[in-house]
Write a protein that binds this ligand. Structure first.
Ligand code: KPL
Length: 300
């Protein structure tokens, strides 16, 4: 399969690197990472091990973007811009693995080419040309509105051929909200406490993460998605366990002084909750703290 990974930061480099074991992959990344990958290849270290030679570019042409599958792994706040660039190429299918419920921005530019996706692999960019796998999670792909899908089955099979744990999921709306619950719990709490995901296996952080996940499930149900409190909490616990050594992407953003995805995660739960009249005090507090003391709140 001819695959473009648009936004090859930590997760995109990990998934793209693993896919490159079997498929023709182009990473759209930033320098100096792109330059190093183009020159010396990409090393996957940590819980998985590979050295692959995908193509890498900082500035894709419409030809680069013409492919069987475009995987979107940009930060949630960059989705609209990514969608506009991807629209200059001609990908058969576009699938987002970004955090947050970002598919709307992709559909606006790319229409029914868009599939929903969800990934719980832990990944950290160690430096240019090297990504560390800090937790073997899983990937789900499927139709935005749910239902059986031949093209999602095809994408999942291509991922599995490359050794990734991936399934087509006919209940993608639920899966997307479950992932939002995981991010609302794990990312927000680990970023504020500055701890690895495994620290949420016990103690007060676990309780706060569970509260944030339960609130997210309540908002999901008000939005018409059948996600129980117990399922949301169980999903948090599974990801904590599978990615114990991982520093969540939001913690990585805080530590590097980058912008966080607070608006697309805790902020999105609060906003959707407000639309439905569902109170979200835990997510509201986490969002306020992240905005005050996360990377976004730190000024020079
Ligand atoms: O999505 C994640 C993230 O870090 O953004 C996981 C790996 C699921 C939790 O850390």
């Amino acid at each position: 399969m001819d695959i473009v990974v648009f936004g090859a930061g930590a997760l995109g480099s990990l998934v793209g690197g693993l896919l490159a074991r079997e498929h023709h992959v182009t990473l759209v990344a930033r320098d100096p990472h792109a330059q190093r990958v183009a020159g010396q290849g990409l090393r996957v270290t940590g819980e998985l091990d590979a050295h692959v030679r995908p193509r890498a570019t900082t500035d894709p042409t419409p030809d680069d973007l013409t492919c069987d599958l475009a995987l979107v792994t940009v930060k949630a706040y960059d989705t609209a811009e990514a969608a506009r660039t991807l629209a200059t190429g001609d990908s058969d299918v576009v699938c987002s693995l970004s955090n947050g419920l970002t598919e709307g921005a992709l559909v606006a530019e790319l229409g029914d080419r868009v599939l929903a996706g969800s990934a719980t692999y832990g990944a950290e960019l160690v430096g240019p040309g090297e990504v560390r796998c800090t937790g073997v999670g899983r990937i789900h792909v499927g139709e935005l509105a749910g239902g059986e899908s031949e093209r999602a089955e095809r994408v999942a099979a291509a991922f599995r051929e490359a050794g990734l744990d991936c399934e087509a999921d006919p209940a993608m709306p639920r899966r997307r909200w479950e992932k939002l619950a995981v991010n609302a719990g794990i990312n927000a709490v680990t970023a504020l406490a500055r701890v690895e995901n495994g620290a949420l296996a016990e103690g007060p952080g676990r309780d706060v993460a569970h509260r944030a996940a339960r609130e997210t499930a309540r908002v999901a149900r008000a939005d018409g998605v059948d996600l129980t409190d117990d399922a949301a909490v169980a999903a948090v616990d599974t990801v904590v366990d599978e990615t114990a050594a991982n520093r969540s992407s939001m913690l990585q953003d805080v530590l590097s002084g980058g912008r966080t995805e607070v608006d697309a995660i805790s902020g999105a739960v609060v906003d959707r909750g407000a639309d439905h009249g569902v109170a979200t005090p835990t997510n509201r507090t986490l969002a306020a703290l992240l905005r005050a003391w996360g990377a976004d709140g730190i000024t020079e």
